[in-house]
Design a protein around this ligand. Structure first.
Ligand code: BJW
Ligand code: ZN
Length: 239
């Protein structure tokens, strides 16, 4: 049997069971009384780069200790089993990679990469904690910044284009652990809806997307996604 084309969008909820706080979970997501949404902006970085770097240094330490959970592992299994499968993530933590996913479209960047604010230097840096905050460019000595996308910044156009194509072609879009309020990520499932495909949402609660989804599976994705995949595999006759 021909298997359907699947595109997946993941958000912070997928990594919550791995010990990484989400962005919009009230007090749980605060860092030293700051909202992550206030710190993840170019304006705050311009005003107070040390504060923003302290926040990211703390998150890097937290993320370095985190391990993939069954939801990440299921998505890696799906990629290996299906011929048309695209994983698009808003997460910067690298846990999909660690779980074994190979082709990942990082919409909001990668916390393990740094780039220069002045020249085109860009590099992986996995040291935790970083020895100096803010870190400096080894080429021109200007400040480095995390290679991630803050509010008001443009996403990488090639990455966004590839993500859009995947959702336009998909027969089934799985939307996992995202509040679906941050654009342009949040409009991706609508491409699948427009072409008549199905959108299946996995979340603890209903979101901005739920009314448009074909199916909403409530519960922790580290449990619901492996269960859904097991059933889907059986229905499709996949081993
Ligand atoms: C579970 C669970 C479990 C818990 N199992 N579920 C259109 C309309 C309005 C505004 C805009 C628009 N278009 C653009 C904008 C502006 C803005 C935006 O969207 N604002 C909205 C908030 C209104 N967008 C931008 O600024 C973007 N840039 C842009 O559009 O540029 C335009 C431009 C073009 C050309 C030139 C210049 C500019 C950029 C957005 C970048 C987002 N960056 C961040 C920070 C990344 C770095 C970092 O981590 O520090 O990305 S913000 C933050 O939100 C992060 C996340 O990836 C993103 C999404 O959050 P996510 O993943 O959905 O997390 P939560 O916490 O919101 O939700 C978690 C969910 O999990 C919840 O639903 C829980 O229930 C659930 N959950 N446990 C399953 N176990
Ligand atoms: Zn530089």
């Amino acid at each position: 049997m021909k298997t359907p084309k699947i595109a997946v969008l993941t958000g912070a909820g997928v990594s919550k069971a791995s010990g990484i706080p989400t962005y919009r979970d009230g007090a749980d997501s605060l860092w030293n009384n700051h909202h992550p949404q206030q710190l993840a902006t170019p304006e705050t970085f311009a005003q107070n780069p040390k504060l923003v770097w302290e926040f990211y240094d703390w998150r890097r330490r937290n993320m370095a200790q985190a391990r993939p959970n069954p939801a990440h592992k299921t998505l890696a299994e799906m990629e290996a089993a299906l011929s048309h499968f695209t994983l698009v993530t808003q997460n910067i933590d690298g846990l999909h990679r660690e779980a074994g996913s190979k082709n990942i479209l990082y919409l909001h960047g990668d916390i393990w990469l740094v780039r220069c604010t002045e020249c085109d230097y860009r590099s992986e840096d996995r040291r935790t904690p970083l020895p100096e905050l803010p870190p400096r460019c080894p080429r021109c000595n200007a400040m480095l910044r995390p290679d991630i996308i803050w509010f008001g910044e443009a996403l990488n156009p090639k990455t966004l284009y590839q993500a859009e194509q995947a959702f336009k072609k998909a027969d089934i879009a799985l939307v996992v652990g995202t509040s679906a309020v941050v654009y342009p990520a949040a409009y991706l499932p609508f491409f699948t809806i427009e072409k008549g495909g199905r959108v299946i949402e996995f979340n603890m609660e209903r979101t901005a997307l739920s009314d448009y989804a074909s199916e909403v599976i409530l519960g922790p994705s580290e449990e619901t996604l492996p269960r859904w995949w097991k059933q889907f595999r059986q229905e499709m006759g996949l081993s």
